[in-house]
Design a protein around this ligand. Structure first.
Ligand code: NAG
Length: 414
């Protein structure tokens, strides 16, 4: 096992070196200095750079993880002392709070909400750049990574919400979740239904809940091979962290995507390959985005999604029959009971989203008892990541989000 681990470390080093060499040798154009500076900034530093008030709070979950919350308490030119409804924004798999501020005040949701009169809280799930601490475990321990979005929904989100309510003296928050950020919300409100009472309304961007195999049998075959492969790696080599990140910056992305036309095109194409092509990507800002993404997460998070894709069900982690019996008292993992999710939920989806296509969003729509509505983004090429990185997301998506929030602000005065 030790030998295999060493081989992996060597392989990673080799890949890194190659990336660096390619990047160095194909260096063609200098991108704006502004980008260079932002490569090394944390979320709070970037928020402060744009002249907004910012706070960092550390909170502890019931199972000992220490998470960082980044807060933009109000807009730039607004008084600090009025009551503003709090909104908690939760990022997707391998993402962080940075993704909600990376495009600046005109385009990024964090700033747009602050300037629209909200008290903005940006979450960081366990294991990402900002939330790699635990009362007794270290990221170098296997045990640190023994979680999926099940634990995030059961422990992280409730801890964040309780902290915000206590800090602001409000009774309810708004919740916005992108992809896995919506998955963990549905886990929370079905596993701990008392949290429904603490939410004014929930906005789901590209909800990642059902992954019914598509009608395409070849795609399904690829999916299942992918899962087997991942499972093999997971158990054979004990890979705890998925796409690890060393410190604040991601050396592979920086080396490969920085400054060069050739390699940044490679990066873009790789991203497009996974999530679908987009006309919305701000290429000038790409290197800054990639310097902060992937932001870290456990292999089990990815495995749990892969299991959903195979089973077509929204259910707890599958540990195999024997351990399932011990843990759940049944051979297959129990389903999340979505009829317990009584929070009003608005579902946003887009045509060019391979990960949350319309037919799977419809399944969520039908399973939820209190849906505000289904909102299709009016741009054919809008993809899974454009909800955070799209340069026109403000007009295509956030405008409608603000309208919904205004309505639910009135309906649920606290
Ligand atoms: C799910 O919750 C509903 C509402 O409380 C309940 O009637 C139903 O029996 C639950 N389903 C399961 C499978 O537990």
């Amino acid at each position: 096992m030790q030998v295999v681990r060493k081989m992996f470390a060597l392989l990673r080093l080799a890949v890194l070196t190659c990336c660096w060499l390619i990047a160095h040798c194909t260096r063609t154009s200098q991108v704006a200095d502004d980008n260079d500076a932002d490569l090394y900034l944390t979320s709070p530093e970037l928020i402060a750079k744009y002249g907004y008030p910012v706070e960092t709070h550390s909170i502890q979950t019931e199972d000992g993880y220490i998470l960082e919350l980044h807060r933009i308490p109000h807009g730039k030119s607004e008084p600090a002392d009025t009551m503003r409804p709090a909104v908690l924004i939760h990022h997707a798999l391998l993402c962080s709070s940075f993704d909600w501020v990376v495009l600046g005040p005109q385009k990024s949701l964090g700033f747009i909400l602050a300037d629209s009169g909200y008290d903005v809280w940006l979450a960081n799930a366990r294991g990402n750049t900002y939330s790699r601490k635990h009362v007794s475990l270290d990221p170098a321990d296997h045990k640190f990574w023994e979680y999926s979005w099940h634990e995030m929904g059961t422990y992280d989100v409730p801890a964040e919400i309780d902290f915000i309510l206590k800090k602001t003296g409000q009774e309810k928050v708004f919740y916005i979740g992108h992809s896995m950020g919506s998955t963990m919300f549905f886990v929370m409100t079905s596993q701990r239904p008392e949290y429904n009472e603490k939410i004014r309304a929930m906005i789901a961007f590209a909800p990642a809940v059902f992954f019914t195999p598509t009608k395409n049998p070849i795609y399904y075959r690829i999916q299942s091979i992918g899962e087997r492969l991942l499972e093999g790696l997971f158990y054979a080599f004990g890979l705890d962290e998925f796409l690890p990140q060393n410190g604040i910056l991601n050396p592979i992305s920086i080396a490969a995507c920085k400054h060069t036309l050739f390699t940044s095109r490679l990066c873009v194409n790789f991203i497009f390959f996974i999530v679908g092509k987009s006309s919305q990507l701000d290429k000038k800002r790409l290197e800054v985005m990639l310097a902060h993404t992937p932001a870290g997460g456990s292999t089990r998070e990815v495995m749990h999604f892969a299991q959903e894709a195979l089973s077509g069900e929204f259910r707890q982690f599958d540990f195999g029959e024997e351990k399932n019996m011990d843990l759940y008292g049944q051979a297959t993992p129990p389903r999340y009971n979505m009829s317990l999710i009584t929070t009003p939920v608005a579902l946003f989806y887009s045509d060019n989203d391979k990960l949350a296509p319309e037919y799977n969003v419809n399944k969520v729509y039908n399973a939820l008892p209190n849906v505000i509505g289904k909102f299709r983004v009016p741009l054919k090429t809008f993809n899974h990541l454009d909800f955070m990185w799209g340069k026109d997301a403000k007009t295509l998506v956030f405008k409608d989000v603000l309208t919904i929030m205004k309505k639910y602000e009135k309906d649920s005065k606290t």
